[in-house]
Design a protein around this ligand. Sequence first.
Ligand code: MG
Length: 168
Amino acid sequence: MLQKFVPRQQVATIYEIVLAELWDKGIRGIITDLDNTLVGAKEPLATPELVEWLKHVQAAGFKVVIVSNNKEARVSRFASPLGIPFLFAARKPSNLAFRRALQVIGLDAEQTAVLGDQMMTDVLGGNRMGLHTILVQPISPADEGFFTRINRRLEKIVIRWMKKQSSK
Ligand SMILES: [Mg+2]
């Protein structure tokens, strides 16, 4: 039952993702979360390192869309200077958020990966849609809001369950 919260892949940061491996799996698009995945939740803009990484990802042939549950003002201010399409107030894990994102990049679920730092939104929603889910460690957990902190408690339950499964 908890299987749907388990990511296909886990990395410490987005910079550890081996793009060639994704490409070989047939992945051509990336739906990425914003807060604590690309930058800390209180960082208004992309870091130079992130700007370079996003250029590199796109130059490698991947389509990218930012999908955030955060408000328009936050997401737009961050994504507009990058010239990357974005969806705000997306209500992840809702399927609609991911369906709209796939429309934006014009790809099917099997061709697309989801990057995110939360099991309850990014991973659950992505898994339900058949996307390749990649969980990253949150960049600045101290800056998380009320609902995210509740989600983190639920994540601990899943993590304990995952450990039990792997020791069976
Ligand atoms: Mg996040």
